[in-house]
Design a binder for this molecule. Structure first.
Ligand code: FES
Length: 165
């Protein structure tokens, strides 16, 4: 379950966030072998991994920009874009696809005016696609923040979205 958690970021100023990341890097002995764990922590602290954060890690660990950005772009769970408060995962596995999953996805894209992989301007929602979320018998299914919405009606998407502020 990929759920967005802002608990580490909530009350941090930007300087606090960089100080915390500095401590993390020191705790991990600035070892290149610990880069993935450090990136995980950086994403937990900042919510995402924008270029300035990646550059900070490069400098602190004495790594090249391409070494860090290569790891960030390789793993899909790292994101360089800010995330929304809620993560919508539309299932496009076979069962959902044949039972209207595509229409659900198009409806959500239209309602939120974003594409897959994007976040709404107000940072309310991020949109992703999944290949089965284990509710095939109740397709089409959509998961929002870990809650599965079953037999989603493409004509009633706004009701579903309105539950998330
Ligand atoms: S294919 Fe959508 S839940 Fe399994």
């Amino acid at each position: 379950m990929e759920q967005q958690c802002d608990c580490l970021t909530e009350n941090l100023t930007e300087q606090d966030a960089y100080n915390t990341l500095h401590k993390v890097i020191v705790d991990y002995d600035r070892q290149p072998g610990n880069l993935i764990q450090i990136l995980h922590m950086a994403q937990a602290i900042f919510g995402y991994l924008p270029e300035p954060v990646q550059r900070f890690i490069c400098t602190e660990m004495n790594l090249s920009v391409s070494e860090v950005s290569g790891v960030v772009s390789f793993y899909s769970y790292f994101t360089t874009q800010p995330r929304g408060r809620h993560t919508i995962q539309v299932c496009l596995g076979t069962a959902c696809y044949v039972r209207g999953g595509k229409k659900v996805l198009e409806g959500i894209k239209e309602a939120l005016k974003i594409d897959v992989g994007e976040t709404t301007e107000d940072r309310r929602f991020s949109l992703e696609v999944k290949r089965c979320i284990g509710a095939c018998g109740l397709a089409p299914a959509v998961m929002i923040d870990g809650t599965v919405h079953k037999r989603v009606n493409p004509n009633k998407l706004q009701d579903m979205l309105n539950q998330y502020k």
